[in-house]
Design a protein around this ligand. Structure first.
Ligand code: NAG
Ligand code: NAG
Ligand code: NAG
Ligand code: NAG
Length: 414
């Protein structure tokens, strides 16, 4: 590891002062890093391509950036490009940016009549027209060019440079030794504050086959994480809160117990690989915690016939844990290129006439992934989507009145 740090030092040109740069061959435009991929690719492939370099599809959140995108793309001779926006309804408040920050209710440039999720839940940017640069819903299977976006950063001697932080991969240590090693580098064990950062940390281990690494948090409950760098908990991907310890591990593989990218609690003393993080340029150890990011608005709670549940969350049969007496429909969605993993905590129904059907899309027209009925009690059962929606239909047709149905938890995974 020491040799690696030394080599990185020798190979990196250090520039003094505040020079904003883009990594991975991206171009700096208005303080954003963009790269045009002429594709064409469907929305899923476009998202995955961006994720693989630690980014997202581009997002423009003001008129200046929105115009800049047109000139940027025009030089590549492309008319339509996928953007990092996804709509689950026909109002801007039902559209979500892939970085889960801000909302199109603040700025948007939809063409007249849009958003219209009936046309498609994915959104593309149309370069021509007057005015140009309008946003239009499209079917996610359409093949288009796309632009990926990375946060800009500053030059520094980092193993990995992302969004104004340096990240370093280190060899196996216990939690407390790992934290000491990070402090010697003017950093802390990594704290994770967004889905993008979580994906980025996962991506820097893509050539390794480790099952999990340590991250710098301690979970005091299923809902609360304390970060060793003192930063605020403003994002969580904690999937399993267990009994073997409170230190957080980040899963790098999908197994029967954990999904890739999810966090779980484990013991603090087993040596594991880990990541240190320090702010760019903070070689004198005066680290200040990163500021919290604003959360997107919360849409009204769904009912059995309308609305969408955004991951993570819990769905249950009507009346649970009391007996069910009616059917129910649930649309589950997550952001960008993530998938949904749903785990049943409990299943007890009368017979196949009272079944839970799970479809791999946003309606019962999508392929059926799974049907469950009968008594599984508390034996965990899991279903994972291929795209970013799952449709669940709980059918009650037996007339039976003494069964309590199901309870399932769902998470965003990738
Ligand atoms: C350098 O960046 C810091 C933090 O972003 C900022 O406060 C400072 O004004 C910048 N200095 C110059 C010379 O641009
Ligand atoms: C996107 O394209 C890939 C590769 O061609 C294909 O496997 C996948 O099913 C497509 N997905 C959608 C939603 O069209
Ligand atoms: C870091 O510390 C060195 C030595 O004490 C000092 O010369 C330098 O100006 C400091 N740099 C910053 C950015 O505070
Ligand atoms: C569903 O199951 C989870 C995990 O067992 C539990 O925490 C939650 O309270 C249950 N929800 C309801 C509505 O019973």
């Amino acid at each position: 590891m020491k040799l690696f740090i030394f080599l990185s030092f020798c190979l990196t040109t250090v520039t003094a002062g505040n020079t904003t740069i883009c990594t991975s061959g991206f171009t700096l435009v208005n303080n954003k890093c963009w790269k045009l991929y002429s594709g064409p690719a469907n929305h899923t492939i476009a998202e995955r391509t961006c994720t693989n370099v630690g980014g997202t599809l581009f997002m423009t959140k003001n008129a200046i950036d929105n115009r800049a995108l047109a000139s940027f793309v025009n030089s590549g001779g492309v008319d339509h490009v996928w953007m990092g926006l996804f709509c689950i309804g026909n109002d801007k408040s039902f559209c979500y940016f892939d970085d889960q920050k801000g909302s199109p209710t603040t700025y948007s440039n939809f063409a007249p009549g849009f958003p219209n999720s009936g046309v498609g839940r994915c959104v593309y940017y149309s370069v021509p027209g007057s005015p140009g640069g309008q946003w239009i819903n499209g079917d996610c299977t359409e093949q288009l060019a796309f632009v990926c976006e990375l946060p800009p950063t500053q030059p520094d001697i980092c193993d990995f440079n992302f969004n104004n932080n340096c990240y370093f991969r280190l060899e196996e240590q216990t939690f407390s030794t790992a934290q000491q090693e990070c402090q010697q580098m003017c950093g802390n064990m990594v704290s994770i504050h967004s889905a993008e950062e979580n994906r980025y940390i996962t991506s820097i281990y893509s050539q390794y086959s480790y099952d999990a690494i340590r991250i710098g948090g301690i979970a005091t409950s299923k809902d609360f994480v304390v970060w060793t760098d003192g930063s605020i908990m403003d994002y969580s991907n904690l999937e399993v809160f267990g009994s073997s310890g409170n230190c957080l591990w980040l899963s790098l593989l999908t197994t029967d117990y954990h999904s890739k990218g999810s966090w779980f609690t484990g013991d603090c003393s087993t040596p594991k690989h880990f990541v240190c993080k320090r702010p760019i340029g903070d070689l004198n150890c005066s680290a200040t915690p990163p500021p919290p990011t604003p959360a997107p608005p919360t849409p009204p709670p769904p009912t059995c016939s309308t609305g969408t549940y955004m991951a993570p969350g819990i769905i249950t049969s009507p009346n649970f844990p009391s007996q069910y007496r009616s059917s129910c429909l649930y649309t589950l969605a997550t952001y960008g290129s993530n998938k949904i993993r749903m785990t049943y905590n409990y299943i007890y129904t009368y017979s196949s006439s009272d079944s839970i059907f799970v479809y791999d899309g946003d309606s019962a027209d999508a392929p059926l992934l799974d049907q469950k009925y009968g008594n599984y009690g508390n034996t965990l059962q899991t279903v994972t989507s291929t795209g970013n929606t799952l449709f669940v239909y709980f059918r009650y047709s037996s007339g039976a009145t003494s069964y309590n149905g199901f309870n399932a938890t769902f998470y965003s995974v990738f």
